[in-house]
Design a protein around this ligand. Sequence first.
Ligand code: FMN
Length: 185
Amino acid sequence: MHTVDAIHTRRSIRSYQPRPVDRSVIEEILWDAAQAPTPPASGDTPFTFVVIDGADRVALYGSQAFELARTAPQSGSANDWLDLDEFSVFFNAPVVIVICAEPDERGEAVQNCSRAGQNLMLSAEARGLGTCWVETALPWLREPQTGAELGIPDTLTPFAAFTLGHPQGMPAGKPRERPPIIWTP
Ligand SMILES: Cc1cc2nc3c(=O)[nH]c(=O)nc-3n(C[C@H](O)[C@H](O)[C@H](O)COP(=O)(O)O)c2cc1C
């Protein structure tokens, strides 16, 4: 699929087929994600990917994340999703990918993880897979107990999380409006 087509056809997928995603495909997607531009001139990879593989595990973790998000809501827009009927943090996805980095005061870590995340979503789209960015999972992912269970080193903070899987249909989504553009005189 052409990059421009992937950009325009990608939609947040909240329903997945039960079949797993091949680990080789996941690795290719993460390799694509790691091509995102990074501030260090060295080109060093400033993030780490954590893969949660398996629909049953993802569902169990999703219910834990949901419980925490409901009982200890965070300030910010991520709470909106909790009000949706029959909301499920990770839906029925077979895979969740968490992008982690060492936190920094200048906010580069979150930007690095976000750039990699955008690549990840477009790569998945180009490969016929679906994703959804799931911010509602972050409070749970940042719990020390979760970090220990998932094997995330203390030095790393989860900044972005995505479901991944074979989509169960493609939602129409909301067509974007043309953005304001200022052509300099
Ligand atoms: C930073 C960020 C966090 C998001 N968190 C969630 C989330 O927790 N749950 C969810 O269902 N969708 C989440 N989304 C997906 C947005 O709802 C979605 O991108 C938006 O509605 C536009 O739809 P589209 O992705 O289909 O174009 C998030 C998107 C972004 C960029």
